[in-house]
Structures are given as C-alpha cells and as structure tokens.
Ligand binder design. Structure first.
Ligand code: B12
Length: 167
C-alpha cells in the first residue's frame, strides 16, 4: 500500500485513480496512472467498475493530494454525478482535490452545462478533449504550491487534516 511520506525533503504526492461503477475500460486507468507517475505521483489505482463507496472510503482514509476519476464509456457525465453524491456523503471532497475526465459523453463532447453540473456536484475540475492533460498540468502547477504547504503541515503535525483549495 503506497504511503504518503511525511518528510518535507522527500515528500511525494499521492494520487488515487478510479473509474465509475459502470465503466469496464481499463487502459485509460493505466494510462492515467503512468501519466501521473511521470509527474511525480505515487498512485493507487483502484481499477475499473469502481464501487462509489470504495472510491469514497479510499479518498476519505488516504487523503490523496489528487483524485482522478476517469471514464471513457460515454456515461461518465451521469455516473460522475451519481458518484459525487457518495463522495459528498463521505466528505471526500474536503479530503482531496478531485477531478473527473476522459470521454464523458457518447459523442465525446462535454458541453458547458455538463461541466457546470459536475463542478456544482463537487469536482474541482472537469478535464476532457485534447487539452485535458494540459489543463491538468495547469491545475497541478497551482496545486504544487499546496503540496509544499501540505508537506510542511505534515512535518509539523501528522494529524493536521484541513484542506486548502487553490484551484
Ligand atoms: C478497448 C475498448 C473497449 C474494450 C475495453 C477492454 C478493457 N477492459 O479495457 C471493450 C470491448 C470491453 C469495450 C466496451 C465498451 N466500449 Co469501448 N472502447 C475501447 C477502445 C477501442 C479503446 C480504449 C482504450 O483502451 N484506449 C487506450 C487508452 C490508453 O486511451 P484512453 O482510453 O483514451 O485514455 C486516455 C485519455 O482518454 C486520457 N484520459 C482518460 N481519462 C482521463 C481523466 C483525466 C482527468 C485526464 C486529464 C485524462 C484522461 O488519458 C488516458 C491515458 O492516455 C475505445 C476506442 C478508442 N480508440 O479509444 C472504445 C470506446 C472507449 N468504447 C466505447 C463504448 C461506447 C463502449 C461500450 C459502451 C460499447 C457497448 N455498447 O457495449 C462498452 C462499454 C462497457 C462498459 N460497461 O464500460 C466508446 C465510448 C464513446 C465515447 N465516450 O466517446 C469508444 C470511444 C469507441 C467509440 N468510438 O465509440 N470497449
């Protein structure tokens, strides 16, 4: 089980990668995991068809710096909304920066109304299309400031658990 490291010099951010309960695609998750490892993350990949409670418990218990929900079967917009309800119940949105992305609708287009609905449901960002990774990198640029602060906080007190939203 990957562990968050508490030493400020060696701190490695942790990411959880998961999918929606109805999505059986796996290579998107492996691809996302590899992309995040390239960016310096330790990654817990929860696999496809992830039960919402499992995602929510994992985020609540491990408090990852980043959680990526990836769905490509075309139903991610709707399933992502349902998942958000469970994440909210488990207070997962206050334990991690949580983004959703991939191919979230059948035609692959994600209209502004859908982005808005997912953000209102709690996601920090909705990332799809050709700019998805560039936009995630922009988010990470801002979040890295948070990682440094989180690192200092972990050094000072392992029990500190408040979240600072930078995005
Ligand atoms: C292989 C495959 C399958 C296999 C999956 C095997 C497996 N266990 O993985 C099988 C045959 C089971 C399958 C089933 C289905 N599939 Co399928 N499948 C594909 C296919 C051909 C390749 C997917 C793949 O492996 N890609 C490789 C990975 C590495 O790339 P990726 O998925 O795009 O992920 C990258 C990016 O999207 C991005 N990304 C993903 N998530 C996120 C999140 C964030 C935050 C960011 C920043 C980036 C990001 O980064 C990833 C890594 O580089 C695609 C078509 C295609 N060419 O993409 C269709 C495709 C995904 N499937 C599709 C569909 C519709 C289905 C079915 C619904 C078909 C059906 N009617 O039964 C079912 C769904 C079953 C289910 N319950 O989920 C559609 C989805 C439509 C859409 N969303 O646009 C696609 C696009 C085919 C199409 N053109 O219509 N499928």
């Amino acid at each position: 089980m990957p562990q968050k490291r508490s030493n400020a010099m060696t701190y490695q951010p942790l990411a959880i990668v998961a999918s929606t309960v109805d999505d059986s695609h796996i290579w998107n998750l492996t691809g996302v995991e590899l992309e995040l490892r390239d960016r310096g993350f330790d990654v817990m990949n929860l696999g496809c068809c992830t039960q919402p409670e499992h995602v929510a418990e994992s985020v609540r218990d491990h408090r990852p710096d980043l959680t990526v929900i990836s769905s490509v079967n075309g139903h991610g917009a709707l399933s992502g909304l349902a998942l958000a309800e469970t994440l909210l119940q488990y207070q997962a949105f206050s334990a991690s920066t949580i983004v959703i992305g991939g191919k979230l609708t059948i035609d692959g287009l994600v209209p502004p109304m859908v982005v808005l609905a997912l953000k209102r449901a709690g996601y920090d960002a909705v990332l799809s299309g050709p700019d998805a990774w560039r936009n995630l990198d922009r988010l990470l640029e801002r979040e890295r400031l948070q990682f440094r602060r989180t690192s200092a906080r972990h050094s000072a007190s392992a029990s500190a658990n408040e979240k600072e939203v930078v995005a």
